[in-house]
Design a protein around this ligand. Structure first.
Ligand code: BTN
Length: 246
């Protein structure tokens, strides 16, 4: 991964740059990195703060040989890859909040956005967007974001080399992607569950179909989250935002 890398100064979003390259036939593993994004986007239509030179804003092209309904598995794979890569370079306790937010001390340090192009159940390509807040300082975050976000620099108390992290992410991603191709989702699921902070704690899940209150218990074989409700029934959720029950 990353043998073909396109480095940009400022772009609206690396997702769109890579999507264009994908449409032109770019191979799997193609990487787009930007120093700054002027319209970085997050999950659920949110903005993603991407100031110049302070973080890693990048998108990786995948052409997986799986049906579309298995893409949640790749989302979880990406979260495991990033958390292992970061922990290799900076000794921090990183927890994964379902599906793929990376947290340090309960605050978000990195976010992942997978966007796929498919024809019916056949995937044409997946653009895996990764944002890592590496050297942002408190004043780089808008006040409403700051209480929920943190950078590696803030957490570690020293500036962190972005290149070391990028190299580690590409290595971990490629290794896990090969493991997934060879052995399927089971080993990825076990690694994800070992890093998860979401399991076993009552939470509110804001799903497109409404709110659910329950205790997330495990992943299902597709990468959905199995949630036990108060009446003892179990629901599986594939898209949601999780809030703490306080
Ligand atoms: C989230 O947690 O909501 C996902 C954030 C994803 C941000 C990355 S930064 C690189 C890529 N380009 C974007 O516009 N978004 C993703």
């Amino acid at each position: 991964f990353g043998r073909r890398a396109h480095l940009n100064d400022a772009v609206p979003s690396t997702q769109d740059v890579l999507r264009e390259l994908a449409e032109q036939g770019a191979p799997e593993g193609t990487l787009v990195i930007a120093e700054q994004q002027t319209k970085g986007r997050g999950r659920m239509g949110r903005n993603w703060v991407s100031p110049a030179g302070k973080g890693i804003w990048m998108s990786l092209l995948l052409r997986p040989n799986i049906p579309l309904h298995q893409t949640p598995q790749l989302t979880l794979l990406a979260a495991v890859a990033l958390s292992r890569a970061i922990a290799r370079i900076v000794p921090l306790e990183i927890g994964i909040k379902w599906p793929n937010d990376l947290l340090v001390d309960g605050r978000k340090i990195s976010g992942i956005l997978l966007e796929s192009a498919a024809e019916d159940e056949r995937i044409r390509y997946v653009v895996a967007g990764m944002g890592i807040s590496v050297n942002l300082e408190e004043e780089d975050f808008p006040p409403e974001v700051l209480e929920k976000a943190i950078s590696l620099r803030m957490a570690a108390g020293r500036p962190i080399d972005r290149t070391d992290i990028i190299t580690a992410v590409l290595e971990e991603f490629e290794r896990l992607y090969e493991l997934y191709a060879a052995r399927g989702f089971a080993p990825i699921r076990a690694l994800w569950e070992a890093h998860a902070v979401t399991l076993g704690r009552e939470a509110i899940l804001h799903t497109p179909q409404g709110e659910i209150v329950g205790v997330p218990e495990a992943l299902d074989e597709l990468g959905g989250l199995r949630v036990k409700l108060a009446d003892g029934t179990v629901r599986t959720v594939y898209s949601a935002e999780i809030g703490d029950r306080t």
